[in-house]
Unconditional design. Structure first.
Length: 212
């Protein structure tokens, strides 16, 4: 009986999406939840084929394993048609204020003839930012943008209205007049955009976002 129990535990460990580390801090990933079936099933809601969904789940685990316990954000891209990994930015210094691809990484993206799906993390578990929306809008190849929060929340961006940047800029300028803190102004402008988006009808949404 004990041998059977050990075998099951080993099997569960092998199937875990991310490792169960002993340390924990404010930026640690909620490992037990991320390794659960409930977390896996979030990716089943994505509007892509089954094989791509599974690859996105695997790549999400690889990203969360890398950033576990770190404040910085990282990004990777996969082929939207096949789910094949394209490129990540794990091999250079990260940032706590955002993430993106450098020129060499963009060259790898350019080799992909299909659409792409972006995945990046939010270590502080915040919702998608205005910059996340603008990045989606400016990159025609991006079919879906996925944001992974360290608490296990997953967001999918599926569409952004071309009017979004102008409306955001207006809100941002107004917010700067109310506070001298640029980061606070960005947060305030983004909150106003979310509130506006909730009031708009489906045909006029500024962005299409799903909390999976």
């Amino acid at each position: 009986m004990p041998r059977a129990k050990i075998h099951v535990e080993q099997l569960e460990s092998e199937q875990a999406l991310i490792s169960k580390k002993s340390g924990h801090n404010a930026y640690s990933v909620e490992r037990e939840y991320v390794n659960s079936k409930e977390y896996h099933d979030k990716f089943e809601k994505l509007p892509v084929n089954r094989d791509v969904r599974q690859q996105l789940y695997v790549q999400a685990g690889r990203l969360l394993e890398f950033v576990d316990g770190q404040e910085e954000e990282r990004m990777l891209a996969v082929n939207a048609r096949t789910g094949d990994f394209i490129v990540d930015n794990f091999n250079r210094e990260g940032s706590i204020k955002g993430t993106g691809f450098n020129d060499d990484e963009v060259k790898e993206l350019d080799k992909c003839k299909d659409g792409i799906i972006l995945i990046h993390n939010h270590s502080l578990n915040g919702r998608p930012s205005a910059q996340d929306m603008i990045t989606y809008l400016n990159e025609e190849r991006v079919k879906v943008s996925i944001i992974l929060c360290h608490d296990g929340t997953v967001y999918g961006i599926y569409g952004v209205n071309p009017k979004f940047p102008d409306i955001y800029d207006d809100y941002f300028e107004q917010a700067k007049q109310r506070t001298g803190d640029l980061d606070a102004a960005k947060r305030l402008a983004t909150t106003q955009l979310y509130l506006l988006n909730e009031k708009l009808g489906n045909k006029h949404k500024l962005f299409i976002l799903e909390k999976l």
